[in-house]
Design a protein around this ligand. Structure first.
Ligand SMILES: C[S@@+](CC[C@H](N)C(=O)[O-])C[C@H]1O[C@@H](n2cnc3c(N)ncnc32)[C@H](O)[C@@H]1O
Length: 281
């Protein structure tokens, strides 16, 4: 993986951690993530006073998306799935945060430097996974399936997959290949959930001052990092190969959770699609 790509896409994980640290500090929070602030501290980033952060700065969007996927995993556990694969896990600490049933095996795929950084903080915090957790070093634009198999992934068992904050960084061809690999590795009964930002008017948004403000606040210019090549619609494709897909716009999910995404960055990001899919047995 080239250095620039690794550093740039890696920094986005800190932006997400910032949003989760701010949400954690909020009363009535959708997600508790006490480790998010530890990652930022290790990176030398100060979490601002939440009172000074605009209410519609995109933090609520990240909180809504995080909670949506937390609920997805709870549903997958309730359905009896005991194998989990989080692609581009970044600073996701669901292995430590969620109450996984006995026998759950969870794989986190990301770049090596992300895993090193994360492990250092987890060790310092004494944070223990509540399942069997395996960190898999791989480039998700290449042959990541081999690393997953070497870590003990069993394609014969149903898996709950997660693609959160990932596909927007991938070239179109890499996204398509990744989707095909996930499909090939999914036993009947597998589930998949994803965040999908494509389909927006990216060029229009690039000029929106809100993105410049967010870039300043989080130290990451996400629009600049997103890969805006046109691509096949992931949810529609899954539907054609035997998955039952349920898609919602993040704004709808947010209304359901009682934290509507109505203005500013929240409203813009709220146009993202969140979907969950089941591969029928
Ligand atoms: C925005 S963060 C999202 C992290 C996590 N899913 C979350 O929502 O907190 C993007 C993550 O994707 C990872 N990533 C992006 N492209 C990748 C690639 N080609 N191979 C491996 N990891 C990649 C980055 O290292 C980073 O951790």
């Amino acid at each position: 993986m080239d250095e620039d790509y690794a550093a740039e896409v890696g920094s986005t994980a800190l932006g997400v951690a910032m949003a989760r640290a701010l949400e954690h500090a909020r009363s009535g929070r959708l997600v508790a993530d006490p480790l998010a602030g530890r990652f930022l501290a290790e990176a030398g980033i100060t979490v601002p006073d939440p009172a000074g952060v605009p209410a519609d700065s995109g933090v609520t969007y990240v909180a809504v998306r995080t909670r949506y996927f937390d609920d997805y995993f709870r549903a997958a556990m309730a359905a009896g799935i005991r194998q989990v694969a989080i692609l581009a896990a970044g600073l996701d600490v669901r292995a430590q945060r969620l109450g996984w049933p006995d026998g759950t095996v969870l794989f986190e795929v990301d770049q090596p430097r992300m895993h090193e950084f994360k492990q250092r903080v987890l060790d310092a915090a004494g944070a223990r996974a509540r399942c069997a957790r395996h960190a898999v070093d791989a480039d998700l634009r290449g042959d990541w399936a081999a690393g997953l198999a070497a870590a003990g992934f069993d394609a014969g068992k149903p898996t709950a997959w997660l693609l959160e904050g990932l596909v927007q960084y991938l070239p179109a061809a890499a996204e398509e290949e990744l989707a095909e690999t996930v499909h090939a590795l999914s036993a009947p009964g597998s589930m998949l959930s994803a965040e999908y930002v494509h389909g927006w008017e990216f060029e229009e948004m690039r000029d929106d001052p809100l993105f410049a403000e967010a870039a300043e606040r989080y130290g990451v210019d996400i629009i600049d990092l997103w890969n805006i090549e046109p691509r096949r619609d992931l949810a529609k494709w899954l539907d054609t190969v035997g998955w039952t897909v349920t898609t919602e716009e993040a704004t709808e999910v947010s209304a359901r959770l009682g934290r509507p995404l109505v203005s500013g960055m929240d409203a813009i990001m709220g146009r993202s699609l969140l979907f969950s899919a089941l591969r029928e047995g």
